[in-house]
Write a protein that binds this ligand. Structure first.
Ligand SMILES: Nc1ncnc2c1ncn2[C@@H]1O[C@H](COP(=O)(O)OP(=O)(O)OP(=O)(O)O)[C@@H](O)[C@H]1O
Ligand SMILES: [Mg+2]
Length: 459
């Protein structure tokens, strides 16, 4: 603990409060109060680490105060102070979470050593909680989930590249996890303690890109009131990740090439070069080779970047990974929204595996997040899924045309209702036909027209 620990003394005898204060004041910040309600006020209003609590208080008794303090913050340590005749009560209080008890009259050393031990436990518990949350964070947010052979290969390649400082080009469709891969390379390599700096030039205003990347000297242009370090310099010793490299305009391509060749940069308005020691990772979802072909991307830069090429496969090419990804994201969002959604119905899983996933893993994560928030049942059902996933062709049409002719809109609506009922009755066409009051053969005709097949065959 960087600050001095805060100790709260609760005792109705002013003489005893004073003696506690005299002993403790040299080591801790001490606050003292005469009764339970004022003690709870202090706990509510400020950081308290340790409470020395008299069991026999007038009004609210010590045991109740103990329970209430623990209800406010379980991590606050409490030492009960008792006269010999109430030791039994003190033992019971230990069960309610008190750290220990102190019998009156006590020695100064006894009080000090007990307090120190209680505060050490508190510090330790905080550290463990912090480490645990860090662990969960790195494990969860940075984990690359997938068991498909292509993903196993990807893991191998990441480990191999991480051992070097070589330039890496990562390609893959939008949302496939390119940035995740870049971070994994950084984290597994020797530069892990140094910064990972990501820049997406497509997200920065054209006029600011240069100074963002290279920094500027004071007075380099109107508004440059002081020297500013660019992203390259901020990444010193670490990894510089340039996202959406395909969007870089010609002039910046030339500058980047120079950085890669010379390993130095010049700040805007600067007069001398600055040495740069970073590993470059670039990513793109466009086809750079093609861009080179029609002159939109410099060939020399392309070869400089493309030393090791890592390809991240689209989700539809590793559709077997959908269940593990769903599991991963439902755990993440269950935790986030304090929900307990437990997986997918077989029909919902079939729908997710039939979908083409143009937005890849990011789109899947969004779907699962939405389900965790909205689904009412214990598992995700077909009708919890967004229309885009259920009716991909139709949804595209809606977006393209902004509106539908009435017959198409009706058709879409009908399709939703039919699918919901079918799922509810386990795809029993006779039963669904009865509920919807149409013949099962008509139902069959409709399903064929919508190109919907019963998961696992119709019953
Ligand atoms: N294999 C995976 N396992 C777990 N999460 C993943 C995986 N792939 C992607 N994600 C998650 O999907 C989201 C998108 O990933 P990321 O930003 O790395 O993709 P990207 O390829 O850089 O996308 P874009 O081209 O749109 O920038 C992130 O939230 C990421 O954590
Ligand atoms: Mg990205």
């Amino acid at each position: 603990m960087a600050r001095r620990p805060a100790v709260l003394v609760v005792d109705d005898d002013p003489g005893i409060r004073e003696s506690f204060r005299l002993i403790l004041e040299d080591h801790y910040d001490v606050v003292d109060v005469p009764d339970g309600p004022s003690a709870l006020d202090v706990v509510h209003a400020s950081q308290v680490d340790l409470v020395l609590l008299d069991i026999r208080l007038t009004g609210m008794d010590g045991i109740e105060v103990l329970e209430r303090i623990k209800a406010i913050d379980e991590g606050i340590e409490v030492i009960l102070v008792t006269a010999v005749k109430t030791v039994r009560t003190a033992v019971a209080a230990m069960k309610l979470g008190a750290f220990d008890y102190l019998t009156k009259p006590f020695e100064e050393d006894e009080l000090l050593s007990l307090s120190r031990r209680a505060l050490e436990r508190r510090a330790l518990e905080r550290e463990v909680a912090f480490l645990r949350s860090e662990l969960a964070r790195t494990h969860d947010l940075d984990e690359i989930v997938g068991q498909h052979p292509a993903m196993e290969k990807l893991h191998g390649l990441i480990a191999q590249v991480a051992r070097t400082s070589t330039t890496v080009l990562i390609t893959g469709e939008s949302g496939t996890g390119k940035e995740l891969v870049a971070r994994a390379i950084h984290r597994q390599g020797a530069r892990r303690e140094a910064p990972f700096v990501a820049v997406n030039p497509a997200a920065i205003a054209e006029s600011l890109i240069e100074s963002e990347l290279f920094g500027h000297e004071k007075g380099a242009f109107t508004g440059a009131h002081q020297r500013k370090l660019g992203k390259f310099e901020l990444a010193q010793g670490g990894t510089f990740f340039l996202d959406e490299i395909g969007t870089l305009r010609a002039e910046l391509q030339a500058k980047l090439l120079r950085v890669l060749q010379e390993r130095e940069i010049e700040r805007v308005g600067g007069t001398r070069p600055v040495k740069i020691d970073v590993r470059f990772i670039a990513a793109t979802n466009s086809n750079l080779k093609e861009a080179v072909g029609h002159g939109a991307f410099r060939e020399d830069l392309y070869y400089r970047l493309n030393v090791v090429h890592v390809v991240v496969p689209p989700l539809r090419e590793r559709i077997q990974d959908v269940p593990v990804l769903v599991d991963h994201f439902s755990r993440r969002h269950n935790r986030r929204f304090n929900k307990r959604l437990g997986g997918l119905s077989p029909e919902a899983l079939a729908a997710l595996q039939a979908y083409r996933w143009p937005g890849n893993v990011r789109e899947l994560e969004n779907v699962i997040e939405r389900c965790v928030v909205l689904a009412e049942g214990p598992v995700i059902q077909l009708n919890d899924l967004p229309l885009d996933v259920l009716l991909p062709q139709q949804a595209t049409k809606v977006r393209a045309a902004e509106a539908l002719p009435l017959n198409e809109a009706t058709d879409q609506f009908e399709r939703q209702i039919v699918l919901r009922v079918l799922e509810r009755v386990g795809w029993n066409l006779t039963e669904a036909g009865r509920i919807l009051a149409i013949h099962r053969n008509s139902l069959r005709v409709k399903l064929a027209r919508w190109a919907v097949r019963a998961p696992g065959g119709e019953r």
